[in-house]
Design a protein around this ligand. Structure first.
Ligand code: PSV
Ligand code: MN
Ligand code: MN
Length: 431
């Protein structure tokens, strides 16, 4: 029996208050969709199946390199983080797994973390390594890189950390390791561009060889800049693809939506990675300038829809051997992280539902006769459909909240945990 941290009676009362309105809106949507030859119930089943993992680091207040302004009731350790993730799942019902980050989350035995997750109805998604910071007492520094470092001993230390993350992931029941590499250079001439990449690929090969079995995946993130401002070792999807291809079958690329220059056509990158058989997963978020880590769909929901449009298209064409893993990767500086994460999971499902509504036969016909206006309008028509009642109904049917943020606020969860968790202090920024 799953332990619910918010009294289910509160959720039921909330759903009763909003139930009539939802029933009317859902019925109206079902009628409108049926006029378009679409079955709302079938769509609801598809949308309900979409799951997004929550990052353990996302439930704490983030920060910038200038400051961090922690809110009340911040999680103090991995067990507090799991509780917050459980609330997100209880109300939203779209996020049954948590993605852990080491060493940030290695303060407890993995067996007890797994057991607590089970009590709360949570499983574990990809684990994340961290060789972008030095931990206290660490033998060798990552100041000048880790997996691509010029010194073989530093590389060996970074590889060993990733292998340790894999065994922690195994203990949790996870099946993937995600590597985001901060390595790079700040000045022209600082590093040999080609050799640094070769050393990185060599290191990743050693990590892939340590994966427990064929079902495990190694997901490589790329990022255009920061903290290296002159040249990042894995700066774009091209480098990432080269690395994934050079390493092996189980190694794939992970597209973090915030890791591109502002006007980059991310859906095109997605299409290319699918074609190469190397799209392993996503870190969903939104951004205006760079790695802003804002809530998914909060700046440009149309772009999120276009990404999901590629995924639905690929799935329907049978263009991949397995669907990419979906995870959120956000930093919440001015919002309650629980609210932001629930809204982002909802945004992902919304984009997915809209993408499922695209009339693909009509789109293909428009493309075939170069009917540009109608092709674009076919996409926009799906995007303009308000699927809010469908998302809410999907949650309601399995015990979630019609309006997760509304129910969360009524529950006073934040106030309750603030009374027993120590108040975190501000100070410097974190990633
Ligand atoms: C840093 O850019 C970053 O945001 C990457 O996207 C990672 O996924 C995340 O931090 C956690 O390491
Ligand atoms: Mn990321
Ligand atoms: Mn990032």
């Amino acid at each position: 029996m799953t332990e619910h941290l918010i009294d289910p009676g509160i959720v039921e009362a909330h759903n009763r208050r909003n139930g009539d309105e939802l029933a009317q809106d859902y019925e109206a949507l079902a009628r409108a969709l049926s006029r378009r030859g679409l079955d709302c119930e079938a769509l609801l089943a598809r949308v309900s199946a979409l799951e997004v993992a929550v990052p353990s680091w996302g439930v704490g207040t983030g920060g910038t390199r200038f400051a961090r302004f922690p809110g009340p009731g911040e999680p103090a350790d991995i067990f507090d983080k799991l509780e917050d993730c459980a609330v997100i799942q209880q109300l939203g019902r779209a996020t049954p797994r948590v993605s852990l980050h080491f060493p940030w989350d290695d303060t407890a035995e993995m067996a007890s973390v797994k057991a607590r997750g089970e009590e709360l109805g949570l499983g574990f998604d990809a684990v994340n390594s961290n060789t972008f910071q030095d931990r206290p007492g660490q033998k060798l520094s990552y100041k000048f890189g880790s997996l691509s470092h010029v010194d073989a001993e530093v590389r060996a230390q970074a590889i060993a950390h990733n292998v340790d993350c894999i065994s922690r992931g195994q203990a949790l029941g996870a099946r993937a390791l995600t590597i985001w590499l901060a390595d790079g250079s700040n000045f022209a001439g600082q590093s040999h561009l080609a050799q640094a990449f070769e050393r990185y690929v060599e290191s990743v090969r050693a990590i892939e060889a340590a994966l427990p079995d064929e079902s495990w995946r190694l997901l490589l993130e790329y990022k255009n800049f920061e903290p290296a401002f002159y040249a990042t070792v894995v700066q774009d999807w091209g480098s990432c693809l080269l690395a994934a291809q050079a390493v092996g079958r189980r190694t794939r690329c992970l597209v973090d939506l915030g890791h591109h220059a502002p006007s980059t056509n991310i859906e095109l990158i997605v299409a290319r990675l699918i074609a190469a058989g190397k799209l392993g997963g996503f870190h969903l978020n939104d951004s205006r300038f760079g790695d802003d880590d804002l809530d998914a769909g909060s700046v440009d929901p149309f772009r999120l829809f276009l990404v999901f449009n590629e995924l639905v298209d690929a799935e329907q064409r049978g263009a991949w051997d397995e669907a990419p893993a979906l995870m959120l990767d956000q930093s919440h500086n001015v919002t309650d992280p629980i609210e932001s994460l629930m809204l982002s999971a909802d945004a992902a499902r919304r984009a997915h539902a809209q993408a499922l509504l695209v009339d693909r036969e009509q789109l293909a016909a428009c493309q075939a006769r170069n009917d540009v206006a109608m092709a674009a309008e076919t996409l926009r028509r799906a995007y303009r459909t308000d699927v809010t009642p469908l998302l809410a109904e999907a949650r309601r049917r399995i015990g979630g909240a019609i309006d997760p943020v509304g129910a969360y606020r009524v529950s006073n969860y934040r106030k309750t945990v603030a009374a027993r968790r120590p108040q975190a202090t501000g100070s410097g920024g974190i990633v």
